[in-house]
Write a new protein. Sequence first.
Length: 660
Amino acid sequence: IVDFFKKRDLFLDDRETDLIEQHSEGWAAALVAAALSMDEDRYRLEGCVVPFKSMATLEHYLYKEVFSSWEVEKQEFFQKTSILDALCGDLCDTLTGQENSAAVLRSLCQGNSFLTPLDETSGWYRYHHLFKDMLLSHLRADSPSMVAELYRKSARWHRENGYPLQAIEHDLASGEYEDAVRLLETQSITIIDSGQSSSALPWIQRLPAERVENSLEIAAILATHAAENGHFTEAQRWISPMETTASSGTYATDEAGKYASNACLLARAYCLILQGDLSAVNSILKIVTNNAGSQFNLVKYVDFNPYDISFYRSRMHHLITLFGQHPDIYRELFGNYQKLMQEKPPGYGSLIAGEYLYEQDRLDESMEHLLEAMKKSIRAECPGVLVPAMATLAKISKARGDWPGVLATLDDCELRLQSIHQMHWNYLLRAFRARMLMESGELDAAAGWCDACKLSPYQDLSRAREFEFLVYARFLIEQGAASQAEILLRRLLDFSSELGRKHSIVEILNLLAIACQRQGKSGQAMNFLGQSLAIGCEETYIRSFVDEGNSLSSLLRIFAANGKKQKSYIQTLIHHTTSLAKTAGAAGCVNHPPDASLLTRQEQKVMQLLADGYTNQQIACELAISLSTTKIHIGNIFGKLQVSTRVQCVNKARTLGLIA
């Protein structure tokens, strides 16, 4: 992309290049349109979100230079299918009236970069978003009445072929509100259980207000969405009318009324768990299990973790606290929950126990629970348990120095995900594999993952991709781009702090401490580490610190030597770090060297000469640098090690393993 614009005498900085790459996805036609737009008065991006001076420039280019050159039949095919986010042959046949759309799509995919397959074998495709926007814009302008009819046909096809959520979107787009409401109500349990309440919110906002207010199922979705985003007062505002509707006596049978009442109780219990108020949850579940009746069962498990690599980072993370503080209550709660299951409990109870015990560095106990969680998740086809369980098992293998075991575990997990067909988990697993490869020293392999993901420090952040960005920040640090990592990590810190994700916040703060130390900003490094330790001490985290290895253990020793806070807790962390090193050594694993990156290469040379007893003048002569530069290096070393004399400096450097 940089070379493409240079040839047109347009010079972009890194941020502008990232913006154009993200928006154009490297599509040649979009790059030409961007260049044409920028040629007018030497336009610069200046941080705008859409990297074109005017979308009209892009649409004009695509329409005149690309679309208009095609024969009419081809134009009609593209326009009629432009309403679709995902295309397949049978669906396109329905919209266009043709009978050979599958062959047309295959041919177009082979010869054009504006149509790409969603995977290798399914026969589903998507248009490049810029091309789709152009097509749909002209369709709306040229044939507005056709648009609604196309959406109606698409909604019908999606309903009949088992894609109800996609049908809701197209029912709304065609103005068929009653059909959309019926689908929302019948799919409400699926939407809630699979963590898709945020996706349903835009649909609900487009419905007539009276239909929303009189629907128990839609109120349940809204209450769930509010609670999952921390708006518990709003959640209660929706639960109250649910309870009013359930107790209205308008149900055809007593069994149906009891079902509605129990659904309200479960909604209230769910909100209490999200809020961290667990005292009343067990009693609510007892009422439901005792009074449920023969018809009240959860057809499928409630998906407590729709997209996080660790249950500690899921919305239901308060359950881990309950396990740690009140294990008897925890076991009773999950026992009552499982009584509501028709079959196949997904293993969340075992996962929570396994993750808690791993964080406490009780690896043998953790493994027992994680293996049980894995077994249940495979039977229930629940990736929200499978991926975190196997990722934590891989961490246990790593802690024991068994790198082949790490890779074998991840390979097995990837194989099992193939039958589940939820691509987000594949992305998370690939990111986790990249982290493990980095920690084993295989930076080139991790670089391949980074290139494929096309990440940058300035991209929009999302909860679902938080872990990928954290792995990317680690890669930047290891590649010597600590300043870029710091930018990304500061953005992630703000993002995760708003969501109250303590487990994520600790990892981010630890990485910020490492990134700042690599840049010679010792004061900021200690500040970030102090914040992390305060949270870690409160939550009793151990592995969150130990797993960072020598990069963080060096900083912990500096913090312990110079600070007064959390001394006992820090000594516990250092003890576990030392035990880890001994375990890895006994297993024949090559330990990572002491964190020499604490000092720059030149500072390492100066440090060694200080230890050898050289004077400032002798150091300057030995390294062929000026006396003033020597003093600057020594001052930086003193600052990083937080010492004030040579003797203190040499002793601390030896303690940290920075010199022999």
